[in-house]
Design a protein around this ligand. Structure first.
Ligand SMILES: Cc1ncc(COP(=O)(O)O)c(C=O)c1O
Length: 481
């Protein structure tokens, strides 16, 4: 079983998972403080080098060992348990042959004089920059020079922090992909981890819950220099509409902020009212940059290929183009994506490659719709899963960790506790639609068996038919059984 590395890196989870009331607060906080104690304790020094205090601020990864610990404990008690992981945020299906052909030909080419390639342009191969622009940004009127190819969006997020540097204020959606906060912490743009709030000080956490349609209340949000915004969102699966993104761009413009837009899951969008890029919004080029990746588009999580769009129109407070600094950072800290991966990226952008890629995306979307239907029929409130590969399942009044354990105990299925993505994620569990269909189907069967009737006010067709057949079975003559 593999579980998201980024989730494991999350250190700010609601560890005990308890919802606080004013009465239980002191006990819960004390318990959390205990559990948040660093896993690695200091030993005798061997050098005189001072540890980076910003890295030291990162609370030791707790979610990873905790999920692992609970899984091991569960397996020890149930050695025959056949674990299915729906906690995984990694792609599972093979890369289509037409795309692999591009990779293979580039790799084979290295063995010949004509095909050999050494260092390439730090910004990426010109044909790939053109192909990305024309394949994914039709109508956005971007220049090919705005496209910077890289080895991953996560890596680009880190390099952005190097470019923006210290002294900036940041906002993030809550819950959110943990890399935005963690890299901000490492850069020194946050305060320390606050065990009371279970958040880092000096970060503006923009709550995204069903009550606000998973879109932050911008009227009451403070101004920050950077706004990290992910749509379709990991973990909630919510995808911001054109109107919402128009508001976001207007908010950034009013405040003179820069939006770091993460479109890693844009390929899952079907709704025509949900933009696939922030640059579909007029004026966005002056206030946003966007990172996107072949990881979830084409199953390149292991191959490694992504890109970041930095429009020439985006300028710092002194009028200096952000693109020029990004180019400097990419040229200094990076030597370009692998020529093999880039050939694979080019194959993805051909008509044939794109069609094959969309077939795999459709497969995951079908998984998502089956899983969402299952939870809806069982009477759970679900979000996301339509324009994203994640389903956000509500377990009201129940800490995420308790739901995680209940699911594991009843079904042998691993999910991801929502609190691992931020405190606003407590009370939810993230279900990933990445996975083989037979596992998804098996998981659905297990959920149905374990949770039928759990939400007793449900009047779904599933429950009605379930109870009908249960009754028929109970009242059937013995020879029918
Ligand atoms: C929202 C989001 N952004 C970025 C990434 C990382 O992308 P990459 O594989 O290109 O580094 C992930 C991976 O799970 C993600 O969920």
């Amino acid at each position: 079983m593999v579980v998201d590395a980024h989730v494991f890196a999350a250190r700010k989870s609601c560890v005990s998972g308890q919802r606080m009331t004013s009465a239980s607060r002191p006990a819960v906080v004390a318990q959390r403080k205990l559990r948040m104690a660093p896993v690695c304790t200091a030993t005798e020094p061997t050098t005189n080098v001072k540890r980076n205090p910003n890295i030291a601020k990162l609370v030791a990864g707790y979610l990873f060992p905790e999920i692992g610990r609970r899984r091991t404990e569960h397996l020890a008690k149930n050695p025959d348990a056949k674990i299915i992981s729906l906690g995984i945020g990694d792609t599972s299906e093979p890369v289509p042959a037409v795309i692999v052909k591009g990779l293979v030909e580039a790799a084979q080419g290295l063995s010949s004089l004509e095909g050999y390639k050494g260092y390439g342009a730090e910004q990426g191969m010109a044909p790939l920059r053109t192909a990305i622009n024309s394949r994914f940004y039709k109508g956005c009127e971007l220049s090919d020079d705005d496209v910077f190819v890289s080895d991953g969006s996560k890596c680009d997020i880190s390099r952005m922090q190097a470019m923006f540097g210290q002294g900036l204020s940041v906002s993030v959606q809550d819950p959110a992909y943990p890399a935005y906060v963690d890299t901000s912490v490492m850069t020194g743009n946050t305060g320390s981890y606050n065990t009371e709030t279970q958040q880092f000080d000096n970060v503006s956490y923009l709550k995204c819950t069903p009550e606000n349609g998973f879109f932050p209340d911008l009227e009451n949000a403070p101004r920050t220099d950077l706004i990290f915004f992910c749509s379709p969102n990991n973990p909630t699966g919510a995808a911001a509409t054109r109107e919402q993104l128009t508001q976001l761009v207007a908010f950034a413009k009013k405040n003179g902020s820069i939006i770091v837009f993460d479109a890693a899951y844009a390929i899952f969008i079907d709704d025509p009212n949900v933009p696939k890029s922030i640059f579909e919004i007029p004026g966005a080029k002056e206030v946003a940059l966007e990172t996107c990746s072949f990881s979830k588009f084409a199953g390149f999580t292991g191959v490694r290929l992504a890109w970041t769009i930095v429009p020439s129109e985006l300028k710092f407070a002194d009028g200096f183009p952000v693109q020029k600094d990004w180019n400097r950072v990419m040229s200094t800290c990076y030597n370009g994506a692998s020529c093999i991966s880039q050939a694979g990226g080019l194959a993805c952008c051909t008509d044939e490659g794109y069609a094959a890629m969309m077939d795999v995306v459709a497969y995951y979307k079908e998984n998502a719709s089956l899983l969402k239907k299952c939870f809806n029929e069982l009477g759970f409130k679900t979000y996301g899963g339509d324009d994203a590969p994640y389903i956000w399942v509500s377990f009201p009044g129940k800490p995420s960790w308790d739901s995680f354990s209940e699911i594991l105990e009843k079904t042998n299925i691993i999910t991801t506790p929502g609190s691992g993505f931020g405190i606003a994620g407590d009370g939810y569990v993230r279900i990933s639609a990445f996975g083989h269909r037979e596992n998804v189907e098996e998981a659905i069967g297990r959920f149905q068996k374990a949770f039928v009737g759990a939400n007793k006010y449900t009047t779904s067709r599933f429950n009605i038919s379930y109870f009908f057949w249960k009754y028929r079975y109970a009242t059937a003559s013995p020879w029918m059984k």
